[in-house]
Design a protein around this ligand. Structure first.
Ligand SMILES: Nc1ncnc2c1ncn2[C@@H]1O[C@H](COP(=O)(O)OP(=O)(O)OP(=O)(O)O)[C@@H](O)[C@H]1O
Ligand SMILES: [Mg+2]
Length: 265
């Protein structure tokens, strides 16, 4: 099982879209995929037509259990519009987590432990993280073997990326192994100077960790989210799907190279 976290401390940069799109493509290739929603807003959960305000069980339960029951993670899984994708949903109760568990030690590895109990069930896990640094993001980063950082191609988003880089430095110190990451430019509109110039700036500042292409603005993403399906199910050849297919290939190649060099988490 491979675990990828999708995170950025900036909101609205395409984290949820990236999680669903990559998850959809992996599932299209025949892999069993888990999409794990760790955002208290529950966008990923809502994407698949579940109501994060009205779920009796969710990722929240994983944090409440003092000793994680072995069958709990599996009992939380929900079906989605794609046969090979299951969802471990978020509920809005996750927003209270920080307060609920403050002072309790060992809370940073709750998700790692929960995923260990699902090891044989899935080929890939994608964790959609909230846009704030806190216990949930720390759990996502601790569980991941690779981090995907979507960045909107505009200047404010690049500022947000600097903050994410500081978080990553901190997390890497706490982990006993590296956390490789890939920066993914999103919502690229080649007709705007902001997109063109900020992409150029990203490439000069973060050369080694950049995915060399970008995800364009494509209205198919919104249509797919309204339909509750990964974008590749709605339109397998649109520009957005082509971009995420290239990204997936890049991530799979990069992971393989890292594993060959013995960096695998
Ligand atoms: N490449 C794209 N082209 C067009 N629309 C997009 C694209 N990527 C994302 N969107 C749209 O932009 C909005 C924000 O995207 P998304 O929800 O994926 O961001 P997010 O980083 O998860 O946001 P949040 O921080 O609120 O969780 C959504 O309405 C989504 O459909
Ligand atoms: Mg989101």
């Amino acid at each position: 099982m491979h675990v990828w976290a999708v995170a950025n401390q900036k909101g609205g940069v395409g984290k949820t879209t990236t999680s669903v799109s990559l998850g959809g493509l992996l599932a299209d290739q025949g892999h069993q995929v888990l999409l794990l929603d760790l955002d208290p807003h529950g966008s990923l959960t809502s994407y698949f037509k579940y109501d994060p305000d009205d779920l009796s069980a969710s990722a929240y339960d994983l944090f409440l259990a003092r000793q994680l029951p072995a069958d709990l993670p599996e009992s939380l899984l929900l079906e989605t519009s794609h046969d090979r994708i299951q969802l471990l949903p978020a509920s809005t109760a996750l927003a209270t987590l920080e307060r609920q568990v403050s002072g309790q030690g060992g809370m940073g590895l709750v998700i790692s432990r929960a995923l260990a109990l699902l090891w044989n069930k899935f080929d890939y896990v994608l964790i959609d993280s909230p846009p704030v640094l806190g216990l949930l993001m720390i759990n996502a980063l601790a569980a991941a073997e690779h981090l995907i950082i979507p960045v909107q191609t505009e200047f404010l988003a690049i500022k947000g990326l600097e903050r994410m880089m500081r978080t990553l430095t901190m997390v890497r110190k706490a982990r006993h192994n590296e956390l490789p990451y890939t920066i993914v430019p999103t919502l690229y509109d080649r007709r705007t100077q902001a997109s063109v110039q900020s992409l150029r700036l990203l490439r000069t500042s973060y050369a080694d960790h950049m995915w060399p292409a970008m995800v364009p603005v494509d209205t198919r993403f919104r249509e797919a989210s309204m339909a509750g399906v990964p974008v590749s199910m709605l339109d397998p050849v649109c520009r957005g799907v082509q971009a995420y297919s290239m990204l997936l290939k890049h991530l799979l190649d990069t992971s393989q190279q890292l594993r060959a060099r013995g960096h695998d988490g």
